[in-house]
Design a protein around this ligand. Structure first.
Ligand SMILES: [Zn+2]
Length: 600
């Protein structure tokens, strides 16, 4: 019998391979003490309630108090969250996290009067107050709140909207229950003859099977369930879209899309440019599918043939220390200060390295204002993708590192719109670095294929989703019916455009629109596409430029959220309001496809 290697228990993991959380709290007892103190301070919110319109000093004192409590909360929550991630079966830390969340909710409730009170102060008065010395640190924060003034209703209407918050979740909750719990997909026999239970998590794994009959069977069997529930799924998706449309209308936005772009202050041109730029380059995407079909020696290419790598991964092995050195070498263009700080951090145990029993899967970076920017990994030395993951998470952590050093607490935390720029920028540098080292052999081809598929998945596919969201919301807003048929028609048309005339589109694929959880959080995925486009444009700028280009990028990392996302990126050298960055990314894609074609 084959012996299965068991993962170590958390307490068996060598100390040096774990993170050192002492920058947050020395130990659990220190956390406990700070937690109690924090909890005791919550009633302190009361003394400002109803007073914010009286004078700048009171408003400033309230904001200072609120930021201070937030900052404590971030540190306490960070420690509890990271401890809980170490071993999810350890009830001590699950309890710690639950206690934290409970008190954080109470703190949120105690602070909930702040925004409405500020919004009730006249714009003229607030603008005048912002000149006061004590309010200077909060000027941008106040301006950001005041932007919402024209979309804020009267007290009674706001109360009614708040009351229906729970009901508004019904469509997405119903979808999640059906998708995550009630749908049963059965099991499938994989290429090694093993029975694998088919589910949302294993579906993509099985689609990477080198054996086509396995991929095809998984595809057919998986979509049978969506077919069987298509009426329910169309109803939940339509419900979610109508909810978005209702709130946008109630608050006086021009559309659901306008409402979704409002928090980042992103003009709709960014969204439209993205879709148009991708459309212009679709012939290159179609050429890639043809290349894939030829290299896989298939007569026709189906969707279930698009996830398996064209080449099998070259056997590689990087110990942890080698991976760190490889990443540091790749990030060399970012300058000695960046790489030295990262190296110091990794030596000082920012990172929890390997899997253990009960540890949270995947990887993440968790920055905080007062502690180190920690990284959770489940590193496997024989998986090259894990080296990319390390570069990615290091990008997030260094972003936190720089912004926490340069910004006050209220402006340090970067938004999602820019977050994935710093991480995928590092992946770009690692890819360039590895390509430089690789000769024209299979390793180079593997790297090119990896990069092509990642651009396709992040820019092309997410843009198709973004376009579907735009079309279906416009349909709801103009009173056109959203039914099983109309959803599938819209989706099928997009599939035809994005996959091209020579792609073998199976009818089932139109059901894909009923299985994407992101559609229940509309107008979010476009940020993946703009993020990677910006990262590709910026990394090329830094690699091809000099001190000015590098400083532009480092300043971006230091800027946190001290400006709107588009302004931060513009300062660094990319204008996301123009189609240029997306076009640069896609012409890069075209070059990669051409090179891979020559190589194989
Ligand atoms: Zn990320």
């Amino acid at each position: 019998m084959k012996k299965i290697k068991k993962l170590p228990a958390r307490n068996e993991v060598p100390h040096a391979d774990t993170w050192d959380l002492s920058s947050l709290f020395a130990d659990d007892a220190a956390w406990e003490q700070a937690f109690r103190k924090w909890e005791r301070r919550i009633p302190g919110y009361q003394r400002f309630c109803g007073q914010l319109a009286s004078d700048p000093a009171t408003l400033a004192a309230c904001l200072r108090f609120d930021c201070d409590l937030d900052r404590w909360g971030e540190r306490l929550g960070g420690y509890a969250y990271l401890k809980a991630a170490e071993d999810q079966a350890d009830s001590r830390y699950q309890a710690m996290l639950a206690r934290f969340q409970n008190v954080a909710t109470r703190a949120g409730e105690a602070a909930s009067y702040i925004r409405p009170e500020i919004l009730a102060i006249s714009a003229a008065k607030i603008n005048q107050w912002c000149e006061a010395k004590e309010l200077k640190p909060y000027r941008l924060m106040l301006q950001r709140i005041l932007r919402y003034k024209k979309h804020t209703l009267g007290k009674r209407e706001e109360g009614l909207l708040a009351m229906q918050g729970e009901m508004a979740q019904t469509a997405s909750k119903t979808f999640r229950q059906l998708h995550d719990a009630d749908l049963k997909f059965g099991s499938i026999t994989n290429e090694r003859g093993e029975q694998v239970e088919l589910g949302n998590a294993t579906f993509l794994q099985v689609l990477q099977s080198p054996q086509r009959s396995v991929r095809r069977a998984a595809f057919t069997q998986y979509y049978q369930q969506f077919q069987a529930h298509e009426n329910t799924l169309a109803a939940t998706l339509s419900g979610s879209i109508h909810t978005d449309a209702y709130y946008a209308r109630a608050r006086g936005y021009d559309s659901s899309l306008a409402a979704a772009l409002f928090p980042d202050n992103v003009p709709q041109a960014v969204y439209d440019n993205l879709i148009q730029a991708v459309h212009r380059r679709l012939p290159a995407v179609h050429r890639y599918y043809d290349l894939r079909r030829r290299k896989m020696r298939l007569r026709d290419l189906h969707h279930y043939d698009t996830y398996v790598p064209i080449l099998t991964e070259q056997s590689t092995r990087h110990t942890w220390d080698e991976a760190v050195q490889l990443v540091l070498g790749a990030l060399h263009p970012l300058g000695g200060e960046y790489t030295a700080a990262l190296e110091r951090g990794l030596c000082a145990r920012w990172c929890d390295r390997y899997p253990n029993r009960g540890k949270q899967s995947g990887a993440f970076s968790s920055g905080s204002y007062d502690g180190d920017p920690y990284i959770l990994m489940n590193y496997k030395p024989d998986v090259l993708e894990d080296v990319f993951t390390l570069a990615h998470e290091a990008g997030h952590s260094m972003h936190s590192y720089y912004s926490a050093r340069q910004q006050p607490f209220q402006y340090y935390n970067y938004t999602i719109f820019v977050a994935e720029v710093a991480s995928t920028f590092n992946e770009q540098l690692l890819c360039q670095h590895l390509l430089q080292q690789a000769d024209d052999g299979p390793r180079r081809a593997y790297l090119l294929n990896r990069e092509i598929d990642s651009i396709r998945a992040t820019i092309v596919r997410q843009t198709m989703f973004a376009e579907f969201e735009k079309i279906t919301h416009e349909m709801a807003e103009s009173g056109r019916p959203l039914t099983v048929q109309t959803f599938k028609e819209v989706y099928r048309q997009l599939l035809e455009q994005y996959f091209g005339p020579d792609f073998a589109l199976d009818d089932e694929l139109a059901l894909e629109c009923f299985r994407i959880p992101h559609f229940y959080r509309a107008f979010y995925v476009y940020k993946y596409a703009t993020g990677l486009s910006a990262a590709i444009a910026l990394s090329r700028r830094v690699l091809g430029g000099g001190a000015q280009e590098l400083n532009g990028y480092l300043n971006f990392l230091q800027a946190g959220c001290s400006k709107d996302p588009l302004d931060l990126l513009r300062d660094a050298g990319v204008d996301m309001a123009s189609p240029e960055p997306v076009e640069t990314a896609l012409s890069h894609f075209e070059q990669l496809v051409a090179e891979l074609d020559r190589l194989l």
